[in-house]
Design a protein around this ligand. Sequence first.
Ligand SMILES: Cc1cc2nc3c(=O)[nH]c(=O)nc-3n(C[C@H](O)[C@H](O)[C@H](O)COP(=O)(O)OP(=O)(O)OC[C@H]3O[C@@H](n4cnc5c(N)ncnc54)[C@H](O)[C@@H]3O)c2cc1C
Length: 333
Amino acid sequence: MVSAPSVAIIGAGLAGLTCGAALKGLGPHVKVFEKSIFPGGRLNHFRAGDYEFNHGAQYFTVSNPLFQNIVSAWQSDNIVRLWDGWIVELQKGQISNSDMTTQRFVGHPHMQIITEKLAENCDVQYSSNICEMEKQSDGGWRLFNERGDYLGAYDVVILATAAHETAILCNQSPKIKQLAEAVEMTVCWSGMFAFENKLDIPYDAAYVLDSPLSWISRYQMFEPKTEADCWVLHASPEWSQQYVASFRGRVMHALLDAFWEAADIEAQKPMSTSVHCWKHAAPINPIDEDSLFVTEDSIGACGDWCTSPRVEGAVLSGFSMADRVMKHLRQCG
Ligand SMILES: Cc1cc2nc3c(=O)[nH]c(=O)nc-3n(C[C@H](O)[C@H](O)[C@H](O)COP(=O)(O)OP(=O)(O)OC[C@H]3O[C@@H](n4cnc5c(N)ncnc54)[C@H](O)[C@@H]3O)c2cc1C
């Protein structure tokens, strides 16, 4: 009996898990490797004791009909909801209404739930930082983690990592390496602050202009264990780049100062503070391909850096990748 072909997907972010879940039941044995201890990548949710924050992607929009169908299914599963928050534009304390016609969706109870649900349909091995891929002379790839442990041989490998990570891993497939290397990514400092009492801020989120910040958002906890008011502050790409190597404490104070100035309210002492630097937050120049596949090397790549720097882009890239894998496997007979 001929055994089913094997596919390794590196990265359990949205693109990798979309690809893995789409391949389920279609024939190949699929294994997903994730360096972190949970799925999500840039969709991650952050907990600090009783406080919660979406500190990566904040919401998503839909423009593609395929993605619209997927989002409708997520809504039926009650893991995604329309966000009806009041979103404004802020300029030095001046509020103006932002575009309220755009439909914005959020994961329920948090953004990461989308990847948690997708991961239920995939065989994911966590804490597996793939550091080396060895091309076999008879086709296929051997994978190794950072300790040099052998993690198996696979007929096809899919890199569902951010562009810079793909470029590092792809030494033996120059075409993908070259394309991934050319993609530049923005930096984003994200601050997560919990306040004991509700701040005197009437809106739920704001795009911030003329400030070190670009975005602020109140996090609505689904089943709050406290009365705390939790806010996520995103610094602008320019400011984040300038402060990329700064100490966390310095960044934390700078973000808070910018918050009080932008919201034009009196400073309060937070009960909980955390900052995180997304050193590779969003691709500036995606390559404008749904996904990549090099038939002679049996290797592919997908992610938002192929399509568009958004949740929608990552999902569509993952679907396109699954399609290409199946076409390749059918051709291989
Ligand atoms: C601060 C911030 C705000 C954002 N805001 C929005 C928004 O409001 N709306 C929107 O639509 N989008 C937003 N985005 C973008 C959105 O989050 C991304 O487009 C999307 O999540 C990318 O998914 P991905 O699967 O392509 O990549 P990733 O989420 O980066 O997934 C890659 C995965 O690969 C894993 N990995 C990497 N290297 C290895 C390795 N060697 N071995 C094993 N695993 C590995 C990583 O741990 C990660 O889990 C935001 C992103 C950030 C950072």
